[in-house]
Design a protein around this ligand. Sequence first.
Ligand code: AMP
Ligand code: ZN
Length: 430
Amino acid sequence: MFWDREIEALPRPELEALQLARLLRTVRRVGEHVPFYQTRFREMGLDPASVRTLADVRRLPFTTNADLRASYPDGLVVKGPEQVVRLHTSSGTTGKPKALFFSRKDVDEAAELIARCLVMAGASQHDVLQNMMTYGLFTGALVMHYGAEKVGMLVIPAGPGNSERQLMLMQDFGSTVIHTTPSYALYFADFLERKGIDPRKDLRLRTGLIGSEPYTEETRQKIEDALGITVFNSYGLSEMNGPGVAFECSERNGMHIWEDDYLVEVIDPETGEPLPDGETGEMVLTSLSREAMPILRYRTRDITSIHREPCACGRTHARIERITGRSDDMLIIRGANVYPQQVERVLMRFPEVGRNYLIRLEGLDEMIVQVELSGATFDGQLEHLVRLQEQIVEKLRAEIMVRPKIELVAPGSLPVSEGKAKRVVDNRKL
Ligand code: AMP
Ligand code: ZN
């Protein structure tokens, strides 16, 4: 099913022609109206009029997280405040957030992309969406909300947390689709299990739109088994309007990225050089349709690869692989490079492992992984637990080249955050 077959299945030559026209328009507009880019172009000796092909994108400057913070509150906005209708911010870990402005058209276009994603995941006006993301400055909930209304779904703006209320809403209004993070989906599955609710029998859930933080294929499987739903991976970032940037189709072989609105590159994060299709590196995105705040070559720091072969679903837009982490997620532990996703992948392959984990780094480079067990395993025999602990240590050592200490803990005992999961606590005194 398509929301807009004409654009979703546009033959690639036409798609690329559209991208080029929009790229040229974007470069011209920022060159005329955004002092930040005017300065950059001048410093690089770049005449915006000399940009003529899609490959010329490589001659444009990168925009980084630090650039967005430095231009806070509105240094990258094209039009005066009267032209913008919405402000969102992106959570920063420290200091000021990044401020993102939307024009009327930007709000509509973001909703349009979400509508494509929802229909691609099989949703229709007969569905009830329980939107369990955070409403407010964060883009996650509101952007999804507008898109789902466009499709004609009944949207329940539940927000995150408060599992009792979530369950009540699901039961009373027959929610069929949920939108949440992988960590909350797993937490909620635990909650249902403790309440003795069988989602397959007692609820009408069918589909999960799961994203906003990285997760592995193993975690997807766990969520699907625990909630009896089909999970679609949903990717977005506030700098590019929030959710709806890339999303899985029914083939679930990577996420289609809406190339009429985003020009994708994958680069070597060290050198900034472009990598060929299929190679893994940092994704860089240029917005092609944003009106209030166009962004050139945004360094997402998200690690993935891109594939442009045709997809069996008929869509022509490229696919990106599941994000395996962020270039700034990498931990250096006793000299080894470790990504939290590697740890998750190993843990979630164990059926005895429950639904949450936490990596703690202590002292002079000691790695401790706290692992929640499944209910049945937790109540099991001690010898079994000791053996399990040893097996996890061995499998992790083989994957990450570091021998961690494993602490097996009770289901539901590790902290859960309402927003994005915090997987690592670093207390090292290095
Ligand atoms: P924010 O701007 O606060 O919405 O955060 C955007 C970031 O969340 C992205 O740059 C990714 O690092 C992460 N993210 C969002 N969706 C996904 C996903 N489906 N898989 C992995 N990471 C994701
Ligand atoms: Zn497809």
